[in-house]
Design a binder for this molecule. Sequence first.
Ligand code: PAF
Length: 282
Amino acid sequence: MKVFRTAEDMRAWSYAQRAQDRRIGFVPTMGALHGGHESLMQVAAAENDTAVLSIFVNPTQFAPHEDFDAYPRTWETDIAMAEGAGIEAVYAPKASAMYASDFSTYVLVGDVSEGLCGASRPHFFRGVATVVTKLFNAVLPDKAYFGQKDAQQCAVIKRMVRDLDMGVEIVEMPIVREADGLAMSSRNKYLTERDRQQGLLLSRALFAAEAQMKSGIRDAGEIGAGIRAIMAPLAIDYVAVVDGATMEAVEKIDREVLVAVAAQVGAARLIDNIKFKPEAVV
Ligand code: PAF
């Protein structure tokens, strides 16, 4: 497996692939890979002629009080998982190569980035959109794979790619869960055993909401109230029922909705979601 540390080296390899008509699938990550990332890598390798993984803990998407320094760095196990999943090249630039000391160009995606995680982490999507643009410019992918666990991130990236004519197909893959329902996340490493049990309240609340919606409840307020009741022991950041594409709050569940939650559990800020589409909507 090849490892590239600069955009120039990465791009030279990608140009060579493209010159041979090889389609590139790309999985951008911050490392600390888990089963969710593994599923993205396996599909990227299966659907394309070659697959590239990036590992870069991106400083611009962390606020100064957040967990940039503590974010798990697990290079050896990440590389082993990537190899097993069929990744051919890894792009792992250094922060100094990504961000010059006078770096001053950012990508701002309006609208879809403003609520939910964007409201409590105002710096976050600017950092994500900027780094994903830089990663795309180095890797030159045909398709890029993201997990639905970060559903708002997926919406932001789809909007950015559409608005800026980036010509990359964005594939959103289902959430991968532990056997007990906890959504896989690199930040689950921060959880103590007690936190982990508390963390299960997110998926439990979402599954209960899904059952309510399947039974015909269409009032978003009622769905939100049920979720808040189950998550009451946690420090809830948000409970939201929004349009799946625009991230705008809905009152009635009359189209595909994203039901998304975030809460602080011990040292970890956990997020989770489900998507639901009423049967009558095609
Ligand atoms: O989802 C992530 O791991 C990150 O936000 C991403 C997309 C790799 C950008 O740093």
